[in-house]
Design a protein around this ligand. Structure first.
Ligand SMILES: Cc1ncc(COP(=O)(O)O)c(C=O)c1O
Length: 450
């Protein structure tokens, strides 16, 4: 066996040795065993990841669970990180210039009056928890409404809002409350049999159900929604649905929390996905790509009067690593990259091309309902297009075959029946052609052995 020294003096381990360490010492209850091959990532750049002992790179269409809207190792962001960490790592309870400038930028560039205040927790779930605290304190009410298919994170507060159908929550109960569960407008799998006609036949039964539930309960502080559902497989609801919900919130004094943690930061072709609907949220949540995927920085952007309702000292809002001085510096560079490189326009334009090209895969009997917005797309894997019966085992086989052919894709959806594609916002038509041609070969290989 050959041992090589790393720069830090630690010896290099073989993949087999690492697998044994994984088997004995690493938990398998997290998501580290999602794929059926044991691969050890070594380096990454652009669209590609290199794994230990594999000479060919892997095409990454998962992009770190949407944390890498700018791809791997974007040169400007890598430079910004190096400069920021060389200057400062952490100071608690002081206001860095970058934190203040990032607050101002986010307050001004998001929908609604710029009269907002911004706080920077760590990770998405902490942002969700903070939004629930704000809503309860502001309204004096306790319940929060969320949706079928929703994923809002796995802290206790966020988990009460995540749908049981997405995550098995039973073994950790009880939670700090139960969500008021409302039906999401997933028109392809509409429980009223509408099947994709976007409200014309069903008269928005989902909205009518939401209306009934929100009107009969006076203890609802907030409604939290993903304007395009992420874990559910990039489900894009019709405009009338989001609009109707916002009107209900206004009528009932319920705060509208817009969870953009997965689909914000330009992913859908606009800075926020909610901008496709022209609706003003009361609270907006960002994370994942906010600091370019280098740090789990998140943001809670809320109307100033909502924040001002919380007394400043001893507020029960905070954590050691909030308001990171270096990560907020990187996030400012992220905003410059989006603007200077015209990434929103590119995501919109190339996203439309991606949808058009992906639709060619619908020629396979098992592939249906290519959907998404911008550079966030997915397709349903079904037993039959007639019945739309989900085919999770087939979607798993496509994921495995993709990995065998050096492509990383993510099985998703409430029934694990959708394959999701997450691309950097700078991809061009040539990238899309190459990706779709490879996907075609992968699906064809799976179909041929079915
Ligand atoms: C929409 C949404 N909200 C919240 C979260 C939780 O974020 P984190 O995993 O950083 O806690 C996620 C994570 O995937 C998400 O997609």
């Amino acid at each position: 066996m050959k041992y090589e020294q790393t720069a830090t003096g630690r010896r290099q381990h073989t993949v087999d040795e690492l697998h044994e360490i994984y088997r004995r010492f690493s938990t398998q209850s997290d998501e580290s065993g999602l794929y059926d091959q044991f691969l050890v990532p070594e380096r990454a750049e652009g669209l590609h990841v290199w794994f230990k002992d594999r000479s060919e790179p892997y095409l990454d269409l998962g992009m770190g669970f949407s944390a890498l809207n700018f791809g791997h190792q974007h040169p400007r962001l890598r430079k910004a990180v190096a400069e920021a960490v060389a200057t400062i790592e952490h100071v608690h309870s002081f206001n860095s210039e970058s934190k203040l400038l990032l607050s101002k930028a986010l307050a001004e560039m998001t929908p609604g009056s710029p009269n907002k205040k911004v706080y920077f927790p760590v990770g998405g779930a902490m942002a969700v928890d903070t939004a629930v605290k704000l809503a309860r304190a502001y309204t004096g009410k306790t319940k929060v409404a969320s949706f079928t298919g929703a994923f809002h994170g796995l802290s206790f507060g966020a988990m009460m809002l995540t749908d049981d159908a997405v995550i098995d929550k039973s073994m950790y109960a009880p939670y700090p409350g139960e969500a008021v569960r409302l039906p999401y407008a997933d028109c392809y799998r509409c429980e009223h049999g509408d099947h994709g006609s976007q409200g014309s036949k069903c008269r928005f039964q989902c909205l009518q159900t939401a209306e009934q539930r929100l009107r009969q309960d006076d203890d609802i502080a907030a409604l939290i929604i993903e304007p395009v559902q992420g874990h559910a497989g990039f489900i894009v609801p019709p405009e009338e649905f989001i609009f109707g919900l916002k009107n209900l919130c206004l009528e009932r004094g319920i705060l509208f929390i817009d969870d953009e943690i997965q689909v914000g930061m330009g992913r859908t072709g606009k800075f926020l996905a909610i901008e496709h609907y022209g609706v003003e949220p009361d609270i907006i949540l960002l994370s994942k790509s906010l600091a370019g995927g280098y740090y789990p920085l998140s943001a809670v952007i809320a109307r100033a009067d909502i924040w001002d309702n919380i007394s400043p000292a001893g507020s029960g809002i905070g954590s050691t690593f909030v308001n990171s001085p270096w990560a907020t510096q990187v996030a400012l560079e992220v905003l410059s990259v989006i603007e200077e490189d015209g990434l929103l326009k590119n995501a919109e334009k190339i996203g439309a091309y991606f949808t058009e090209r992906l639709k060619h895969l619908e020629q396979f009997d098992c592939i249906d309902n290519v959907t998404g917005l911008g550079l966030t797309q997915s397709m349903a894997v079904v037993k039959s297009k007639e019945t739309k019966e989900p085919a999770p085992e087939m979607s798993k086989r496509i994921q495995s075959e993709a990995l065998r052919q050096h492509m990383i894709v993510c099985c998703s959806g409430v029934e694990r029946d959708r394959i999701k594609f997450v691309l950097p916002l700078w991809v061009d038509r040539r990238d899309i052609d190459m990706i779709v041609a490879k996907l075609y070969r992968i699906v064809k290989a799976v179909v041929a052995t079915s």
